[in-house]
Design a protein around this ligand. Structure first.
Ligand code: ACO
Length: 161
C-alpha cells in the first residue's frame, strides 16, 4: 500500500545533491557533526561514486540517495538527508533503506522541513521497494522521529575506531 506523504511547501524545492551545493552542504551538516576540511575534489569524487552505484534489479535507480531542500528565494540548502538502499540476501533478496545524516540549517528549524525530508526519503525507500526503512538517532530526537511516523525498535550498538 503506497502512503504518499510529501507535500513541498511554497518557496522550497527538493532535488538530488549537486556539485554546486558544496559550500551550503558543509554548513548544514556542521549542525549535525564534524564535517572536517573536505576539499571540493573529495566532495566531487564522493558524488561521482554515489552516482555510479545502482540497484541490482533496478539499474536506473541509485543506491545512495542524498537529497537537499532548497530555499527557492535564496537558492541555498535549507536541509539535507540521505537514504541508502541495502541489497540483502534475507527476505528473498529484500531491500532495506537506511536513513542517515539528517540536518536542517539552524535558520530553518521549526518549519517542518525536517519532517519533509524524512517523509521524502521514506517515500523514496517505499517506491524503490524497501520492506523497511531504519535509522539511528540520539534520545533527544526520538520525539521528532515519532512525529515522522517512526517507532522505536531495537537498540543501537557500536564500536568506534
Ligand atoms: N524532539 C521532539 N520533537 C521534535 C524535535 C525533538 N528534538 N524536533 C522537532 N520536533 C517536532 C516539532 O515540534 C514538530 O512537531 P509538530 O508537528 O507537533 O509541530 C515535528 O517534530 C516536526 O519538526 P520539524 O519542524 O520538521 O523539525 P526541524 O525542521 O526543526 O528538524 C531536526 C528537526 C532535523 C532534528 C533539526 O533540529 C536538526 O537538524 N538538528 C540537528 C541535527 C540532528 O540532530 N539531526 C538528526 C540526526 S539523526 C540522523 O541523521 C538519522
Amino acid at each position: 500500500m503506497s502512503k504518499t506523504r510529501t507535500i513541498i511547501p511554497n518557496g522550497f524545492s527538493i532535488r538530488r545533491i549537486e556539485l554546486s551545493d558544496f559550500e551550503d552542504v558543509k554548513i548544514v551538516l556542521a549542525g549535525l557533526t564534524t564535517v572536517g576540511p573536505i576539499t571540493l575534489f573529495t566532495y566531487e569524487t564522493i558524488l561521482n561514486y554515489w552516482n555510479s552505484v545502482k540497484l541490482m534489479n533496478k539499474p536506473t535507480e541509485y543506491a545512495y540517495n542524498t537529497s537537499v531542500i532548497i530555499d527557492d528565494h535564496t537558492h541555498t540548502v535549507a536541509a539535507i538527508g540521505t537514504i541508502f538502499i541495502e541489497q540483502k540476501i534475507i527476505h528473498d533478496g529484500g531491500l532495506v533503506g537506511h536513513i542517515e545524516d539528517i540536518a536542517v540549517n539552524s535558520d530553518y528549524r521549526g518549519q517542518k522541513l525536517g519532517k519533509l525530508i524524512i517523509d521524502y526519503l521514506s517515500e523514496q525507500g517505499e517506491k524503490l521497494g524497501c520492506y523497511k526503512v531504519i535509522l539511528d538517532c540520539d534520545v533527544k530526537n526520538v520525539g521528532f522521529y515519532e512525529k515522522c511516523n517512526y517507532n522505536q525498535a531495537g537498540i543501537e550498538m557500536q564500536t568506534r575506531f
